[in-house]
Every structure is written in structure tokens, then in C-alpha cells.
Design a protein around this ligand. Structure first.
Ligand SMILES: [Fe+2]
Length: 326
């Protein structure tokens, strides 16, 4: 009986073919720096609840627990203004009692920026450790420069006492241009409370930064990689001179960007931001801390009052305050 030739199985045929190389996994993209941005904390004295009953201190504690519990390697905590609801020294002390233990736990610095609800003298004394003799500096902005390894954080104080809108003086812009003339190894993060981009919410738009074009000229072509702001109580991103602008949501409460026409509604939301800085890009993300209910709802007459106030503020600034701001 003739022998039957062996027929290779399908398996042996296919295994004889050249095996295509398995593509290597892309290298993990790990941020070089992760910043946690806490904005618009609006703390008050112990026992008080601002804005119709929101526990801003509990919201801040919630943020601190979330950050500490995540195990995230945080390079810095950046607080972008409205840290005390009415500039009370006791509120700043409550803030430090939450934020500074968190910073020690993380091994990260805390960087404080002024907001329009803050008060410079108490801010300097309670958060920056300034001596009482510096009380006379209340008209001088709290601008500062911080370094986290090769990353530079430049803080601009965009407040003017007595105004809710944002302003930068000629001297501040000159100081900024001089600082940015020397690039940082890993670039610069610019921090200021008032966004230099429009807000889709009228009541916020009336109070954004006034010197937007001049700030754009100061940062154009610099090593600023992102501009971090607060003030709006809603998350937004935009561009200034081609640089990303991140407007952080607030830990205190949120602005409802879909408020009914002519109204301005606030929500019981609490959120913060994480800013991940990679060698090739920067990513800003919202970290939600609480669910949303309506906190307050400004009706049309409230809105008319806001508009009148904004118009009055601009008039006052033009006639009386411009000299003090320059
Ligand atoms: Fe605020």
C-alpha cells in the first residue's frame, strides 16, 4: 500500500509564515509637573455660611481629601484668588489650616494669588507671612515669582481695591515683560485671578480683565505655556496671544452657563482643576467634587443692578482710579 503523503495542518502552514513584528507599546506620556488649582474658595469666619448657605469650608476640605487620597504626585498647589469671601483674617487662617497640611503631605509648595474678594493687608499678613509694618503696602499689588524645579510660576495681582473687574498697571506689565525676558528651563505658568478671555455669562463678562490686549502683547512670544485664572466660577478655555487660558471652576459654587436668558444662576457645585504639564503640551482638567443643585438665582432686576454697577465701576476707574492703578 502506497504511503500517504503527510499534509501539513492549517496551523503548521500559518506558523511557517513570517510573523509580523508586534508594534511596541508607545512610551507612557507622564506629566513632568502636576499642579492642583484651587480657585474661588470664598472662605468665611467659622460658623458663617455665605451666599445663602453654602459650606465653602467643607468644599475645601473635600478638595483636600480628594487630592491627598488620590496619591497623585502633585508638584504645587495654586490658589487663584477669592480665597476669603470678604478678606477676613480669620478666613485666611481657616484656609491655611486646610491647605498647608495638605501641602506638607504632598511635599509641594502653595502659591497664593489675590482675587477681588480678597483684602491685600490681611492676605499679605495671613498667607504671605508679612509683618504688620507692611500694612501701608495695601495699594501695591501682590505679584510674585515661584520656582518648582525648572518650572516658573508668575503670579499677577489683577485686583484693584474697590473694584470687581480686573486691572493691571503699567508697572505690573513692565515687570512681567522684564521677568519673561529670561526663559525658564521648563517654561512659565502665568497666574492671575481675572480671565483675559470673554465669559459667555454676562455678569462675569462685565468683571473680566480690562487690559487684555496689553497683557497679550506682554506674553506674546514668551515661554508662558498656560495662563491659569479663576473668578468666573465656571470652567472655560480660550487663547491669549496663542497661549492657552484656563479658567478654573470654583470650589465654593458654580455659575450656570445655561441660566435662563437674562438671569444668572449659581449651582451647588464644587470643583477644582488639575494642570498636567508635559514636555510637549499642557493639559487642564476639571475635578468634580460635588453634585449640582441651584444655590441662588439672580433675576432680571438683579442683573440690571449688576450692569449698572459695572458701568459705574468703569466710570469711576476712568475718572478717579486710573491714576491709582498706573
Ligand atoms: Fe469668586
Amino acid at each position: 500500500m502506497p504511503s500517504v503523503p503527510t499534509v501539513p495542518s492549517v496551523t503548521s502552514v500559518t506558523s511557517a509564515l513570517p510573523v509580523p513584528p508586534v508594534p511596541a507599546a508607545p512610551p507612557a506620556r507622564v506629566p513632568r509637573y502636576t499642579l492642583i488649582q484651587l480657585s474661588d474658595v470664598h472662605l468665611v469666619d467659622d460658623g458663617e455660611l455665605p451666599h445663602g448657605g453654602v459650606d465653602t469650608h467643607a468644599n475645601l476640605e473635600s478638595a483636600a481629601r480628594a487630592v491627598a487620597g488620590s496619591g497623585t504626585a502633585v508638584a504645587g498647589l495654586v490658589l487663584t484668588g477669592d480665597l476669603a469671601d470678604s478678606g477676613s483674617p480669620a478666613a485666611y487662617r481657616r484656609l491655611r489650616a486646610v491647605v498647608e497640611p495638605l501641602a506638607r503631605h504632598l511635599g509641594a509648595p502653595v502659591i497664593y494669588a489675590m482675587g477681588n474678594h480678597d483684602e491685600r493687608t490681611a492676605f499679605r499678613r495671613e498667607l504671605l507671612g508679612a509683618a504688620p509694618a507692611t500694612d501701608s503696602l495695601s495699594t501695591i499689588p501682590c505679584d510674585s515669582v515661584h520656582w518648582i524645579a525648572g518650572l516658573r510660576i508668575v503670579v499677577l495681582d489683577s485686583t484693584t481695591p474697590g473694584y470687581d473687574s480686573g486691572h493691571l498697571t503699567d508697572a505690573q506689565l513692565a515687570w512681567l515683560r522684564d521677568e519673561l525676558a529670561r526663559p525658564a528651563p521648563d517654561g512659565t505658568v502665568l497666574v492671575l485671578h481675572h480671565p483675559p478671555v470673554p465669559s459667555p455669562m454676562l455678569v462675569v463678562e462685565l468683571m473680566t480683565l480690562r487690559e487684555t490686549d496689553r497683557l497679550a502683547r506682554a506674553v506674546a512670544g514668551s515661554d508662558v505655556r498656560i495662563i491659569l485664572c479663576g473668578h468666573a466660577h465656571h470652567a472655560s478655555c480660550g487663547l491669549l496671544a496663542g497661549i492657552p487660558v484656563w479658567v478654573s471652576p470654583a470650589t465654593a459654587f458654580g455659575a450656570d452657563l445655561l441660566s435662563p436668558a437674562g438671569r444668572a444662576r449659581a449651582l451647588r457645585t464644587a470643583a477644582c482643576s488639575r494642570i498636567d504639564i508635559y514636555p510637549h503640551t499642557v493639559v487642564a482638567s476639571v475635578v468634580t467634587l460635588a453634585p449640582a443643585d441651584i444655590l441662588f438665582d439672580n433675576d432680571e432686576s438683579d442683573m440690571a443692578r449688576h450692569i449698572d454697577q459695572a458701568a459705574t465701576d468703569d466710570g469711576r476707574l476712568t475718572e478717579q482710579g486710573r491714576a491709582a492703578c498706573s
